[in-house]
Design a binder for this molecule. Structure first.
Ligand SMILES: [Zn+2]
Length: 97
């Protein structure tokens, strides 16, 4: 889940009229399991994607629902272990370039 933290900033009187303004302080992604900030090193390729889209698409219209989840690397690995233990087949492959 993307989290945006805002803070109120008091604009000094020299800039007339004096007023309070809300500005974005920080934006980050939060793990939907442990609620920790998802941090990646500068060269990390760690990524987890879960999105279930259900509904109907017609030419020019459609309706349905989407369920999605973001996990940190630790929770994603725990989920893989949990799914495998419950009979889900998960294909593992190596990649490089
Ligand atoms: Zn987590």
């Amino acid at each position: 889940m993307q989290v945006t933290i805002k803070e109120k900033l008091l604009v000094p009187e020299e800039i007339i009229p004096a007023h309070e303004s809300e500005v974005e302080k920080e934006r980050f992604h939060e793990c939907d399991k442990c609620e920790e900030k998802i941090a990646h090193g500068s060269h990390s390729a760690d990524e987890f994607t879960f999105e279930l889209v259900q509904g109907f698409r017609y030419p020019g219209s459609g309706d349905g629902q989407t369920e999605e989840m973001e996990l940190c690397t630790i929770c994603a690995n725990e989920l893989v272990t949990l799914l495998k233990a419950n009979g889900y087949r998960i294909i593992k492959s190596k990649w490089n370039y």
